[in-house]
Every structure is written in structure tokens, then in C-alpha cells.
Design a protein around this ligand. Structure first.
Ligand code: NAP
Length: 261
């Protein structure tokens, strides 16, 4: 069964083949979607273009989401080349490395501004720009983390940014619902990606995760891709404004199960 036959998805946030956005793109491709990609910097093009071509995508465009003019230019090009889109994927986050270690109270004003701009405002800006390309409705999604709700060591300003991203998801869902556009967030468990490597202590947290969670395993790009596919397809036709956990059940725990001694 091809769940996305005849649909077009525009995907932001592929840096390499470990990116969550790539897991999502792979799942969409397997279900017949036409794919289009945007990447953050010239340096990434050499990694992103071959990946895009491997799933038959010809629309592969640069867009640094810190710049409104680049967002405007990208969507103007998308309108010309793709016509309309059905799915928007936002898998983008950024904070300076020094903000992702030590104490939260030392977050700098500029570090706070930057994390909120790239990791939160960009979703609002992309969603607004995508609106005219989605006259028949569709599905938008972003990627979040449980550090939005609970304190995670070193996640700091990114936890605050994810809380704002989840709230933004709900406000966008309310705005766009009458137009038949659903907006949801996937809250992923830890996956080894470039961004994750920037969070101090991530490796250790990743290693211990499988011993703690109910499903006793780490999550994979296919796990993320499967849930994104469900959110993109008509199978989730009445689901909007939600944060869907793909974390082997980590978020239901009050305390980790005692380990065998
Ligand atoms: P990733 O492969 O490093 O992807 C992050 C992407 O954001 C990169 O393509 C990055 O490009 C892009 N980006 C950063 N600044 C940008 C800008 N100004 N304009 C456009 N794009 C920009 O890491 P990932 O883990 O897949 O992250 C994707 C999303 O999943 C993020 O929102 C992250 O917080 C979320 N998430 C990840 C995990 C995890 O454990 N990995 C768990 C939960 C949620 P550059 O490489 O050029 O900066």
C-alpha cells in the first residue's frame, strides 16, 4: 500500500544520512511521495544532493532559515517548480555549543535569542510561507524532545526552545485547522546525529537509554519515519496539535526500573 501516492513533501533539515529528516524522507519515498529538500548551507550541498537524488528528488535548494529573504525565495521557487505541496517537515534546531553544557542560568541573551529564532520561529515562518502552497490542506510536522517538559542535564536553552516549539505547534494547528492543514510534533528519543553530538553528555545518555526504557531499545530512523508517515498520511486525518512520542516509552516513566545487581 502506498500511503503518499500523488503527494509532495518538502523536507527541511537533512544534514546527512543520520538526520531524523532523512529517516522521514526515506519512509515517505517508500510510500510513493514526491520529495523536495532544503539544506542549511553551501557546505551541506555535497552531502544532501546525492541523498536527494537517491530518492528521485530534483528540487534541492539552499535556505538558511535565519533569513526571511531566503525563505521567501525558496517558497517562490517551490511554487514555480512543485506547484503545490501536501506535507511540510521542519527538522531544524540550533544552539551554540556553550549553551548546551553546565548550568541553565548562565544562558546568554544572544544564545537564547539564537536558539529560539532557529529552533522555534523558523517553524512559524516556514509554516506561513507554505500556506499558499497547500490550498487542498495537508500536514505539517516538526521534531521536538522531552527536555521541553522535564529537566534534562545540559539541554538547557534547547529545552525552553522545545517547549515554545510545542506551544507553537498547537497555535499553528488552531490557525490552520479550518484550512484542512494539520500541525503536529514528533518527540523523539535520542538518536546519534550531528545536532545531538552538540549536547554535552549525550553519548552516555544514549548508551544508558536502552537499559531504562520500557521497550529496552534505542529508537531508529525507521521508527521516526514510520510515525512521520502516519502523520503525513490520511491515517491520522483527525489528529492535530499533538506531540507524539517516539521514545520507546521513556516519557511514561516516573523512575527507571531497578537494574539487576
Ligand atoms: P541534524 O542531522 O544535525 O539536523 C539538524 C538540521 O538543522 C541540520 O540539517 C542543520 O543544518 C539544520 N539547521 C541548523 N541551523 C539551520 C539554519 N539556520 N537554517 C536551516 N537549517 C538549519 O540533527 P537531528 O537530530 O536530525 O535534528 C533534527 C531535529 O530533531 C531537531 O529539531 C532536533 O532538535 C530534533 N531532535 C533530535 C533528537 C536526537 O536525539 N537526535 C531527539 C529529539 C529531537 P547544519 O548542519 O548546517 O547546521
Amino acid at each position: 500500500m502506498s500511503l503518499l501516492e500523488g503527494k509532495t513533501a518538502l523536507v527541511f533539515g537533512v544534514a546527512n544520512d543520520h538526520s531524523l529528516a532523512w529517516g522521514i524522507a526515506r519512509a515517505f519515498h517508500a510510500h510513493g511521495a514526491r520529495l523536495a529538500f532544503s539544506y542549511a548551507s553551501q557546505a551541506l550541498e555535497r552531502r544532501v544532493r546525492p541523498l536527494a537524488e537517491s530518492v528521485g528528488a530534483s528540487f534541492v535548494e539552499l535556505c538558511d532559515v535565519a533569513h526571511d529573504d531566503q525563505i521567501e525565495a525558496l517558497f517562490a521557487k517551490a511554487k514555480g517548480e512543485l506547484g503545490s505541496i501536501d506535507v511540510l517537515v521542519h527538522a531544524i534546531a540550533f544552539a551554540n555549543r556553550e549553551e548546551l553544557q553546565g548550568t541553565f542560568y548562565n544562558t546568554s541573551r544572544e544564545g537564547f535569542r539564537l536558539a529560539m529564532d532557529i529552533s522555534v520561529y523558523s517553524f512559524i515562518a516556514l509554516a506561513r510561507a507554505a500556506l499558499p502552497l497547500m490550498p487542498q490542506g495537508g500536514s505539517m510536522m516538526t521534531l521536538t524532545y522531552y527536555g521541553s517538559e522535564k529537566v534534562m542535564p545540559n539541554y538547557n536553552v534547547m529545552g525552553v526552545a522545545k517547549a515554545a516549539l510545542e506551544a507553537s505547534t498547537r497555535y499553528l494547528a488552531a490557525d490552520f485547522g479550518p484550512r484542512g492543514i494539520r500541525v503536529n510534533a514528533i518527540s523523539a528519543g535520542p538518536v546519534r546525529t550531528l545536532s545531538a553530538a552538540g549536547v554535552s553528555g549525550f553519548k552516555r545518555m544514549y548508551r544508558e537509554f536502552a537499559n531504562i526504557v520500557p521497550l529496552r531499545r534505542n529508537i531508529t530512523l525507521d521508527d521516526i519515519g514510520g510515525t512521520a508517515l502516519w502523520l503525513a498520511s490520511d491515517l491520522s486525518a483527525a489528529v492535530t496539535g499533538e506531540v507524539v512520542f517516539v521514545d520507546s516509552g521513556y516519557n511514561i516513566l516516573g523512575a527507571p526500573a531497578p537494574t539487576e545487581s
